[in-house]
Design a protein around this ligand. Structure first.
Ligand code: OAD
Length: 254
């Protein structure tokens, strides 16, 4: 018996190779193979820390020291994480001219570490800290060495420059993401549960403009049976590596 997924991989590889104008939307699932826990599910961050208590801007303003209990665990995990085959595979797609940009909900910087050139950080970055009084910014790595919670020169506890619940998406990221989503001809949706707005609305923007939606996720999401065209029910690393292999069979259009 042949591999039942052969057909779907072949179709996805052919679509990517023929259209050559893909954008990826990534979520926590792409970094799972780097040892970073997801948010949802039994092993997820939100199982341990109630997001209403630990991940809203209101909670941070009320009690930043408490929110730093969760953040310090996140920062510790991120400091040890390195890119995995999913990140490297997407960077390779970029180099081969198949993938134009990545819109990521992740704050771990691993797409950039793997060599991807154009990465839109939709939920900001854990690599930077910001003071909500004087708007000074600092590198997380350096500031955290001085102790947790990290403080600004003015004495106030710093916030990572990532989006907490109740905060706006950085306007430039929102604008760039919409523009990429509306002008790509393939959207690769990888490792996101597609439950958090406005990121989960991005695939609809692409679909409306005629893009093909290819979804990679071992579990189905609200997108899978509604707007996804090709669903690959696998982990990101092996799926992206297999897609890259498959694309070799389709030479660039002349
Ligand atoms: P979630 O934790 O909600 O979902 C992760 C998804 O990854 C799930 O659908 C899993 O099935 C899938 N997954 C697990 N392992 C995988 C693997 N090896 N390869 C591919 N997929 C895999 O994470 P996000 O959808 O990214 O926001 O969550 C979105 C936002 O919710 C986050 O950015 C964060 C969170 O609250 C903020 O903090 C504002």
């Amino acid at each position: 018996m042949g591999d039942p997924r052969e057909k779907i991989f072949r179709e996805a590889a052919e679509t990517l190779a023929a259209r050559r104008n893909a954008v990826a939307l990534t979520g926590a699932g792409v970094s799972v193979e780097s040892g970073i826990p997801m948010f949802r599910g039994t092993q997820g961050m939100w199982e341990k820390y109630d997001p209403m208590e630990y991940a809203t801007i209101g909670a941070f303003l009320r009690d930043p020291e408490k929110v730093w209990e969760m953040l310090s665990e996140m920062v510790e995990v991120l400091s040890r994480a390195v890119p995995n085959p999913a990140h490297f595979g997407l960077a390779e797609m970029g180099k081969r001219g198949l993938l134009r940009s990545i819109i990521t909900q992740n704050v771990d910087g691993l797409h950039q570490a793997a060599g991807s050139q154009r990465v839109i950080e939709f939920h900001g970055s854990a690599g930077e800290l910001i003071c909500l009084s004087c708007w000074n910014r600092y590198s997380s790595r350096e500031k955290i060495r001085d102790g947790i919670p990290p403080r600004c020169e003015c004495g106030r506890i710093l916030k990572p420059n990532l989006v907490l619940f109740g905060e706006q998406i950085p306007w430039k990221a929102q604008e760039d993401a919409e523009s990429e989503a509306e002008t790509c001809s393939v959207l690769l949706v990888i490792g996101t549960s597609a439950q958090v707005a406005p990121a989960c609305d991005i695939p609809r923007l692409s679909k409306k403009k005629g893009a093909a939606i290819i979804e990679i996720n071992p579990e189905e999401t609200p997108l899978t049976r509604t707007i996804t065209d090709l669903y690959i029910p696998e982990n990101a690393g092996p799926a992206i590596s297999r897609l890259l292999e498959g694309i070799r069979d389709f030479p660039p259009p002349s």
